[in-house]
Design a binder for this molecule. Structure first.
Ligand code: 5GP
Ligand code: ZN
Length: 137
């Protein structure tokens, strides 16, 4: 894709701090380090997001994300790691090329916080909601 920042990084047209590369996957440090070691694991082929990426490639990216999480805990002294992928602008995706964030965590709050706040919903509606999703799986 001509106007895609990650495609340009993969082609070497934009410099990056690479930490892993194979035929299908590239991992680089995120330019804006949410925490020390914040990494992006990117499919080399351009797919818009996690949901639209063929399973085999999606899994390869996840395999690398798992390994990087393990290594960052071992070598950076991180106590934990958040693995996340945004799908769509509403979910915070800014670069429409499939990638997974690996965010090492040293303390609960520094740099990055995920808070899933409970919405006031009628819990009696949950079985019908579960069925609606389940029927299409
Ligand atoms: P998203 O918001 O789409 O899930 O994540 C995109 C990420 O790409 C952001 O965290 C942003 O900091 C990172 N990013 C944007 N441009 C560049 C760049 O040129 N180089 C690197 N290494 N990261 C970038
Ligand atoms: Zn791209």
């Amino acid at each position: 894709m001509d106007n895609c920042i990650f495609c340009k990084i993969i082609k070497g047209e934009i410099p990056s701090s690479k930490i892993y590369e194979d035929d299908d996957v590239l991992a680089i440090l995120d330019i804006s380090q949410a925490t020390h070691g914040h990494t992006l694991v990117i499919s080399k082929a351009h797919y818009p997001n996690f949901l639209s990426t063929p399973k085999e490639i999606m899994h390869k990216v996840m395999d690398v994300a798992q390994r990087i999480g393990q290594v960052e805990i071992a070598v950076l002294g991180a106590k934990g790691v958040n693995i996340l992928t945004n799908v769509g602008e509403e979910a915070g995706q800014t670069i429409m090329h499939y990638h997974v964030h690996v965010v090492p965590r040293y303390t609960r709050d520094a740099g990055f916080q995920i808070t899933l706040k409970e919405n006031a919903v009628d819990k009696s509606l949950l079985p019908a909601l579960a069925n609606k999703i389940k029927e299409k799986l």
